[in-house]
Write a protein that binds this ligand. Sequence first.
Ligand code: NAD
Length: 250
Amino acid sequence: MLLKDKVAIVTGAASARGLGRATAKLFAEQGAKVVIADLDEQASIEAANALPGEGHLGVAINVADEAQVQAAKEKILAKYGRIDVLVNNAGITQPLKVMDIKGGNYDAVLDVSLRGTLLMSQAVIPTMRAQKSGSIVCISSVSAQRGGGIFGGPHYSAAKAGVLGLAKAMARELGIDGIRVNCITPGLIQTDITQGKLSDEQKANIIAGIPLNRLGDAVDIARAALFLASDLASYSTGITLDVNGGMHIH
Ligand code: NAD
């Protein structure tokens, strides 16, 4: 088991078909105690209870709200006394053109992905520093690397590119404390984030540009997250792991 008795927080993991839920499930199968941290408390608790194994936790959290993040951290530490892995997965997207992005759109998208990644990381770093070990995995997007063109608007690309920069800078600063920080850049994965707004024709066009000839499944990302979270990636920090079926070979 790759995460035996490790305590792993996965944000945005209540969504049934989402990347976070698949990651939480795989981590639990690998022996981790998993904290599902999502907006709705009941949904988080139910998702945690549905995971394989015992001793998981569901907490309500808006990752963009510092007070909520700190309160959740206290609850997690009170239960487990340690935090080994954080997966910054919570995110939202909006299919807007550049001239249609209003202040509220910018705030909403940037706050969840970028501010949320910063606040959650700040919440766990003191504990990881004291342990002299930890792994932070940040879910960016291929949209950050290729300037969108799939579903999310320019503000989404900017948020996810910001995550890449933030993660690399944290990796540089935190390596001395035994904390690794890495990113995954998923291609188009079949989840509910696009809210059914991608037509079959759009999907077929996207698949035509994917060498592996299919859209991604949530478990494809979960496996990459497991690699980065575990000692399999013991000498990797500041990396960006492309999991996109070859959609963006660069
Ligand atoms: P999803 O919509 O299925 O899940 C996202 C989850 O985040 C939901 O459970 C939602 O409640 C939660 N969330 C939203 N705002 C939150 C907040 N403020 N605080 C806490 N939780 C919050 O989406 P998904 O496709 O599983 O996406 C997961 C991550 O992967 C996102 O960061 C997304 O941008 C990224 N991503 C997805 C794809 C894709 O094709 N699905 C591609 C690249 C990157």
